[in-house]
Ligand binder design. Structure first.
Ligand code: ATP
Ligand code: MG
Length: 419
């Protein structure tokens, strides 16, 4: 009997994994261009890190966490997101003693017990960035510009940047009252979850995906009308800084984000091309988070991008890497030689395969064709005696004579590139 993978998980097979590698390389490249360094934190944390860091009234903490007791009786949770763990590590390792701002990025798996759908899994991948110690509105624009550049360089179009400000605690208190009042009189129209949210966390209702709640939300009071003068000023400057960088955006007052730690600027990159789960990237400022996790006050801002959703948008924008050379061999002597030749070329940087199945020449060439090898050579006794072989370009059929003993990876590449 075979065993299947748990619900909400996915295997990434060779047909797909090269696309992931391409995206991951691009991410690392852009992060280093922006001066961000990678941080790797544990896959699991004390449950408290997320309860305090993500907020215990959020969907993530109330419904979605993989929490268990370990053999030592501790409550452990598989990380549902990256920020709380990074902040914990930032405080625990005293990174605030170094040069400011501190700029970190991560590429991680996250775990949430959700109803699996297209673009929504129980184990999924996030690319995220966190910046500590800078309060200026230009910082917000810098953080937004990073995923913007990534999406541009990946050739992903038709994706909209939506920004909003959810103010500070001060502006939100008054807004919350207005919002509760508005929803209270429309209580019977809201979904059961939003009825629960009404007194606990009314701003979360604005984030509800249900059609009916969305239509109720349309005329709800807007946070941007309740911002204090400092928050309004900050938001205006973020917009100006984005314009200065040539980044187009729309202000969308329904963007409130699903996690509790945000304040002031919040943003999402949303695509209409991948169904209901269109938010590819979400982020914002979280100036109170270090304190919530027991540290000294320190400004913070970041985002997380869902890589499964990004992959849905990427399509076939990159080529699968293929074997450059297949070395076919006829006879025992040629076999031994071809393994040595292949290894010498692999050491030199070429991708090379040779027969390990004891196949006939015909079957070896059929295999080379099947894996899409870009060129092949056949080595038999006469090639060994003459120290020469014919390199055949599998696509064009063009043949080039090559010297066997001192052929280099660069020469192989040249022979297949020059078509
Ligand atoms: P959503 O509203 O879609 O549930 P969220 O607000 O819970 O998203 P965040 O916690 O901000 O999402 O996570 C950042 C990004 O991670 C999301 O924009 C999305 O691209 C991705 N993401 C979140 N949950 C999942 C999931 N279960 N499966 C795949 N990707 C996810
Ligand atoms: Mg969610």
């Amino acid at each position: 009997m075979t065993v299947s993978a748990p619900k909400g998980t996915a295997d990434i097979l060779p047909d797909e994994s090269y696309k992931w590698q391409y995206v991951e390389r691009k991410i690392r490249d852009i992060c280093s261009r922006f001066g961000f360094c990678e941080i790797r934190t544990p896959v699991f944390e004390h449950t408290e890190v997320f309860e305090r860091g993500v907020g215990d009234a959020t969907d993530v903490v109330t419904k979605e966490m993989y929490t268990f007791e370990d053999k030592g009786g501790r409550s452990i949770t598989l990380r549902p997101e990256g920020t709380a763990g990074v902040v914990r590590a930032y405080l625990e390792n005293g990174l605030f003693n170094g040069a400011m701002p501190v700029k970190l990025y991560y590429l991680i798996n996250c775990f949430r017990y959700e109803k699996p759908q297209k673009g929504r899994l129980r184990q999924f991948s996030q690319f995220g960035v966190e910046l500590f110690g800078a309060t200026s509105p230009e910082t917000d624009a810098l953080i937004i510009s990073l995923p913007h550049m990534l999406l541009c360089e990946l050739g992903i179009k038709d994706i909209e940047l939506k920004i909003n400000s959810i103010g500070c605690r001060g502006c939100r208190a008054e807004y919350r009252r207005a919002l509760t009042e508005y929803f209270e009189s429309r209580k019977d129209k809201l979904c059961p979850t939003c009825n629960e949210r009404l007194y606990k966390n009314p701003m979360r209702i604005l984030d509800c995906k249900s059609e009916i709640c969305r239509s109720v939300c349309k005329d709800a009071p807007r946070i941007t009308d309740y911002l204090c003068s400092d928050c309004r000023d900050h938001f205006e400057k973020v917009k100006a800084a984005l314009e200065g960088l040539g980044i187009a955006y729309t202000v969308d007052s329904s963007i409130v984000r699903g996690l509790d730690y945000y304040n002031r600027t919040v943003f999402e990159f949303v695509s209409g091309d991948i169904g209901a789960q269109g938010t590819v990237c979400g982020g914002g400022r979280y100036d109170g988070l270090t304190e919530q996790l027991g540290g000294a006050p320190c400004a913070g801002i970041g985002f997380a991008m869902g890589l499964e959703r990004l992959m849905l948008l990427l399509g076939n924008k990159t080529d699968r890497p293929v074997t450059q050379l297949y070395v076919a061999a006829v006879g025992e002597r040629a076999k031994a030689y071809s393994a040595g030749l292949a290894h010498r070329l692999m050491k030199d940087g070429a991708s090379v395969e040779y027969d390990v199945m004891n196949r006939s020449l015909k079957a070896q060439l059929k295999y080379a064709d099947k894996i899409g090898a870009r060129s092949c050579i056949v080595i038999g006794d006469s090639e060994l005696d003459n120290k020469k072989a014919v390199l055949k370009n599998m696509k064009s059929g063009r043949q080039t004579e090559i010297p066997l003993d001192d052929i280099t990876a660069a020469q192989i590449e040249e022979a297949i590139e020059n078509e």
